[in-house]
Design a protein around this ligand. Structure first.
Ligand SMILES: Nc1ncnc2c1ncn2[C@@H]1O[C@H](COP(=O)(O)OP(=O)(O)OP(=O)(O)O)[C@@H](O)[C@H]1O
Length: 229
């Protein structure tokens, strides 16, 4: 589903590469944690998958396509297959919960009929079916992140990318978000999550890929956060 072949990314004006000959293979339906110190290259790896940036060398394949060679007009179609969740929620503050989730479908050309079915179904999945009329600032952080997750998942993407999704949440809200990511993964969605949260990684016991100065230093099934190497 996601394959990096000796991917190197050097940003202009920097000497050391952000990613250095990284090879990763993630199968459909896997749940993978991406860990590593700040600056180790996690966000760069996620941005490459979304084609928000391009590799300096090597190849990135997503859903069977080498995305560096994808024509610009096909990039929106690629991104429709990838849901994204970030640490800072990124909700539209002037829209209700329902509108935030519906908007993701409107901009990707879904029909009103699909929107009428998918939005309530997804709000129910994240436990917010009674809060569709609220504004984001009337919700707790944990609830806002559940809205962001509903928005990421409402189009039923093949891949869900989460960059520090629990970074701004208290432990119990974090557990709630992880339960939802686990559920979404169990129905076949490939999940890739960058995190600094030791507790969550240790509890979930999923595959762990660790980056250090842009290199993969560990790729471990059912891993824990810290590993002496
Ligand atoms: N747009 C950019 N221009 C120049 N250098 C960049 C850019 N984005 C990232 N970098 C550099 O690339 C390296 C990897 O950064 P990246 O953001 O991928 O790390 P990260 O592991 O996601 O860090 P964090 O955990 O702090 O989010 C760092 O040295 C960073 O300074």
């Amino acid at each position: 589903m996601i394959r990096f072949e000796k991917v190197t990314k050097t940003y202009p004006g920097t000497a050391a590469p952000a990613l250095d000959q990284v090879s990763i293979d993630v199968e459909k339906g896997e749940f993978v944690f991406l860990v590593g110190a700040s600056g180790s290259g996690k966000s760069t790896a996620l941005r490459l998958i979304l084609r928000e940036t391009r590799p300096s060398a090597g190849r990135v394949h997503v859903a069977g396509k080498e995305i560096n060679r994808l024509a610009a007009w096909k990039v929106p179609r690629l991104r429709r297959q990838i849901g994204t969740v970030f640490q800072d929620f990124r909700l539209l503050q002037t829209k209700t919960v329902h509108e935030n989730v519906a908007f993701a479908l409107q901009v990707t050309g879904h029909s009103p009929k699909e929107i009428r079915t998918l939005v309530p179904e997804t709000l129910e999945l994240v436990g917010l079916d009674d809060k569709g009329g609220r504004m984001p600032d009337e919700l707790s952080g944990g609830e806002q992140q559940r809205v962001a997750l509903a928005r990421a998942y409402v189009g039923r993407p093949m891949i869900l990318i989460a960059d520090e999704p629990t970074g701004n949440l208290d432990p119990s809200s974090s557990v709630g978000i992880m339960k939802l990511l686990d559920r979404i993964n169990r129905v076949g969605t490939t999940v890739l999550m960058a995190t600094h949260d030791h507790g969550i990684v240790d509890q979930m016991r999923k595959r762990v890929i660790e980056l250090d100065h842009g290199a993969v230093v560990r790729d471990q099934a059912q891993g824990v956060y810290g590993f002496s190497h």
